[in-house]
Design a protein around this ligand. Structure first.
Ligand SMILES: [Zn+2]
Length: 161
């Protein structure tokens, strides 16, 4: 069912089948695809797995780490920019998240979610970010058109207050 890289017997019984066969594993995890997301296999985080019935047990922290890995794998499978690349593009523009969301007319928290792998950018957004990476002046022109001051830009003096 899954290749395990690490097997250590854990204390306790399986809540599903009742067997005392819980192991600490780092499973290769097959995540099915959907209409918009490709199926991926991720080298998942450490968790407990029942050797008898296959049930897996994750702490909330492990679930979050797992979900981030899935999102990164789905991005890679679709050839989308990674979280690190999006952060790099935004930082190279020298504009903070909130201001750049206003300039590009995006929902609040968009960059926070993309840069922390909490959600995947759309294909259109991905293309837009690639264009901005090549043509940063387009952002500055758009800010001017939308009357959004760029005082947060790198190297420019910050207005008091
Ligand atoms: Zn079980």
């Amino acid at each position: 069912m899954s290749r395990t890289t690490d097997k250590v017997k854990a204390m306790g019984d399986c809540a599903v089948c009742g067997a005392s066969t819980l192991l600490v594993v780092v499973p290769e995890w097959e995540v099915p695809g959907s209409a918009t997301k490709p199926a991926v296999v991720v080298q998942a985080v450490e968790c407990l797995e029942c050797e008898s019935c296959g049930e897996r047990y994750l702490e909330p922290e492990q679930v979050r780490a797992f979900e981030k890995k899935v999102i990164e794998a789905q991005r890679a499978a679709k050839n989308l920019l990674s979280a690190a690349e999006i952060l790099q593009i935004r930082e190279s523009l020298g504009i903070n998240k909130e201001r750049l969301e206003k300039i590009l007319n995006l929902n609040p928290k968009s960059f926070y979610r993309w840069e922390n792998s909490l959600s995947i950018q759309s294909d259109v957004v991905d293309t837009m970010l690639r264009i901005l990476r090549k043509n940063p002046n387009a952002v500055y022109a758009l800010a001017e058109e939308r009357h959004i001051p760029l005082t947060a830009l790198k190297g420019r003096p910050k207005k008091a207050g």
